[in-house]
Design a protein around this ligand. Structure first.
Ligand SMILES: C[S@@+](CC[C@H](N)C(=O)[O-])C[C@H]1O[C@@H](n2cnc3c(N)ncnc32)[C@H](O)[C@@H]1O
Length: 191
């Protein structure tokens, strides 16, 4: 089986909770610094949703940037991810700004509106992307932003471009292509 074929086979697989430790660990700070990466998009008092938050590598950074007046909704399919995130959020003293939400595969089921949505290294796991992006579009405020980031080692350029096309069909406009280590990224706007 060729590499591309292997990539395609694993494309829709949900990342098991125990695999999260392989990339959500202190070494990751060398190339992904949550606060500086997200600072352009979230200011104190704003609201955000971290979709496919995993164990909260970016959720904690979002909560710090949102400040005591802001709020962050952390959404994931797996309870083990949310449990680990809850422990980390308590340890970091930001648990009061974070609402945990366990979603279903067919629907995020989150109530907006929010200023900012993050989908980091998770969209390739979503089988129904048109529905997924329509749902994010609906929960963002007008002028809101979606930062869509996919792992380069797992998502080919062609596949990322197809995903962006689906995202635009849901109503988003492509605004920028931020440079993020090991990733393909796009900032999408709801105008
Ligand atoms: C590879 S992990 C990335 C976690 C985190 N965003 C990070 O960068 O550390 C992907 C996460 O997306 C979640 N996920 C996959 N499909 C999802 C869906 N349809 N809705 C919400 N979460 C989903 C998985 O459970 C997993 O926690």
């Amino acid at each position: 089986m060729g590499l591309i074929e292997k990539l395609q086979r694993t494309n829709n697989m949900i990342c098991p909770w125990w695999m999260c430790y392989s990339f959500d660990n202190p070494l990751r700070r060398i190339f992904h610094k949550p606060e500086s990466l997200l600072d352009p998009y979230l200011k104190p008092g704003m609201s955000a949703v971290d979709i496919g938050c995993g164990m909260g590598y970016f959720t904690l950074g979002l909560a710090k940037l949102a400040g005591p007046e802001g709020r962050v909704i952390a959404v994931d399919l797996q309870q083990q991810m949310l449990d680990a995130l809850e422990r980390r959020a308590r340890g970091a003293g930001v648990a009061d700004r974070i609402a945990l939400h366990r979603c279903r595969k067919e629907s995020l089921g989150v109530e907006g509106p929010v200023d900012f949505a993050l989908a980091f290294w998770m969209t390739h796991e979503v089988p129904d992307k048109p529905r997924f992006f329509r749902e994010i579009f609906a929960l963002l405020k007008t002028g809101g932003r979606l930062l869509l980031v996919e792992p380069k080692f797992h998502v080919t350029l062609r596949s990322f471009e197809r995903t962006l096309a689906v995202c635009r069909e849901a109503g988003f406009r492509a605004l920028e292509e931020p440079a993020i280590a090991l990733s393909r990224a796009a900032l999408m706007g709801k105008e």
